[in-house]
Design a protein around this ligand. Structure first.
Ligand code: NAD
Length: 487
């Protein structure tokens, strides 16, 4: 009744609170975007389940805090080992639930899930040095004290990867966690909870409340018992969470949407440029960091777009479990309709379709063809709003200054990509771009030690390396006088 067998794993569909499984009176369906199969009926939590989970996390906090980085690290490494031992099952499960490529999960995403846990456990043990310096003979000693319960709310586009990117540092920092996964992709978090039990994590250190944003999510972020809110998702949701957080002055870390530019200068290596541009369709365009606005120097625009269109037309779209597939389905009918609506409005306003342009009728279901639009009006919706689907736009520029100006002309500032043949020129361009991450002649190279986050409406705060600990911990300075010591 409360279990379902999927991908060779047994998934418990209830919440995970205080190390126990807890049911709710109501459930919701988890549907596979691959073919519409109902995969499971998941417990639909609300304020009562959130209260119980926060209470369990608060009760577990002193013990987890007092284990220290080494004690916690042992458990976290066992957890990472278990993720690694379950890469195949987790990959298949995540593909069923969110439609991303199975081979990406196997080779990249799930190993990274393990690394999200291992890396921050190691950082807490080895890299978090407590700086000491002197002021008129007084010692300043800085420490990162665990802060309490971290509420973590995550989206559906890379469910377990994005959850563990927050859970890893939060637990390593000594906080306990209540996770509310996205309602379109609840399954991997549920299985991950079992791995926490198996790793010997004390009950209540990690908790999962399943359910909808307006119910479980809203109750969690408004809870006075939480110390931190780490949210990954959209700007409208972030605004509502910020309002709830204001009531308790709960610190927030927001990783939000993007509308990132991909600038291609006239001296760029076009092979690299086309490769990188095609990569922007990865995960069927459902990637916050995607450089969806191609800004191409006018002198190479024709050649670039011809070469790009040829490559885009050859992209293999289909079942994400097939090894040959490059692009799978959109996550949900609601989302597909939203993506299609953006393209319909843009073309009605005069944008021209270079490639794709609509649903993939040959495949049916939730498949949207990789699309490139040109000729969109400056300032129009398609050039400013996040589509979050396999839809790119192309604009041309005649000077680097113009490219930078157009690149910065959105309310977002998550990432930017520059393809350029000259390093000094690239430096001049990147200097004036407003973005949390910029890639030059590359894309998606991510180091967990590097700061990650968004400028402008793309986020608040940075995580990665010490920046994560700065957020999850209470950073404290203790000043010791040179006098007054009796021994
Ligand atoms: P979303 O904002 O709709 O939902 C995200 C999560 O918030 C879900 O778990 C949802 O249930 C919850 N939620 C919704 N309303 C809530 C409320 N009132 N209170 C508390 N929680 C609530 O976003 P989505 O559609 O799931 O994800 C797509 C968005 O996420 C895109 O904008 C994308 O760019 C962004 N994203 C950003 C990053 C990043 O690192 N910057 C990474 C991935 C996705």
């Amino acid at each position: 009744m409360h279990h379902v067998d999927l991908a060779g794993l047994t998934i418990d569909t209830r919440h995970y609170i205080g190390g126990e499984r807890v049911a709710s009176a109501e459930t919701f369906e988890s549907v596979s975007p691959i073919d519409g199969t109902v995969l499971a009926h998941i417990a639909r939590g609300g304020a009562a389940e959130v209260d119980a989970a926060v209470a369990a996390a608060r009760a577990a906090f002193p013990g987890w805090r007092d284990l220290g980085p080494r004690g916690r690290g042992e458990i976290l490494h066992r957890l990472a080992d278990l993720v690694e031992a379950n890469v195949e099952g987790l990959s298949q499960l995540e593909t069923l639930d969110n439609g991303s490529l199975l081979r990406s999960h196997r080779r990249g995403v799930m190993p990274r899930v393990a690394m999200n846990i291992r890396f921050f456990a190691d950082w807490a043990m080895n890299e978090l040095h407590h700086p000491v310096w002197q002021t008129r003979g007084h010692d300043n000693v800085v420490s990162w004290d665990p802060s309490g319960v971290a509420a973590i709310i995550t989206p559906w586009n890379a469910p377990l990867m994005l959850a563990t990117w927050r859970i890893g540092p939060a637990l390593a920092a000594g906080d306990t966690v209540v996770l509310k996964p996205a309602e379109w992709t609840p399954l991997s978090a549920s299985y991950f909870a079992d791995l926490c039990t198996e790793a010997g994590m004390p009950p209540g250190v990690f908790n999962v409340v399943q359910g909808f944003g307006a119910e479980a999510g809203a109750a969690l972020v408004a809870h006075p018992g939480i110390a931190r809110i780490a949210f990954t998702g959209s700007v409208p949701t972030a605004k509502s969470i910020a309002r709830a957080a204001a009531e308790n002055l709960t610190p927030v870390s927001f990783e939000l949407g993007g509308k990132s530019p991909l600038i291609i200068t006239d001296d760029a290596d076009l092979d690299i440029a086309v490769d990188i541009a095609i990569e922007q369709y990865d995960n069927a365009g459902q990637v916050c960091l995607s450089g969806t606005r191609l800004l191409v120097h006018e002198s190479i625009a024709n050649e670039f777009s011809a070469r790009f269109a040829e490559r885009a037309a050859a992209i293999v779209q289909g079942d994400p479990r097939d090894e040959a597939t490059q692009i799978g389905p959109q996550i949900h009918q609601v989302h597909l309709d939203r993506v299609a609506g953006f393209v319909e409005r843009a073309t009605a306003e005069g944008a021209r379709v270079v490639v794709g342009g609509g649903r993939n009728d040959a495949l049916g279901g939730l498949y949207f063809s990789p699309t490139l639009l040109t000729g969109a009006k400056a300032g129009s919706e398609i050039l400013t709003a996040e589509v979050f689907g396999p839809v790119l736009t192309m604009q041309t520029f005649s000077s680097d200054d113009e490219a930078v100006e157009v690149a910065n002309a959105t309310e977002y500032g998550l990432a930017a990509v520059v393809v350029c043949g000259n390093r000094e020129r690239a430096q001049r361009i990147t200097k004036n771009l407003v973005a949390g991450t910029i890639w030059v002649n590359c894309f998606f190279v991510r180091d967990l030690a590097a700061p990650f986050g968004g400028s402008k409406k793309s986020g608040i705060g940075r995580e990665g390396g010490v920046w994560s600990f700065d957020f999850y911990a209470d950073v404290k300075n203790t000043v010791y006088a040179p006098a007054g010591w009796k021994e």
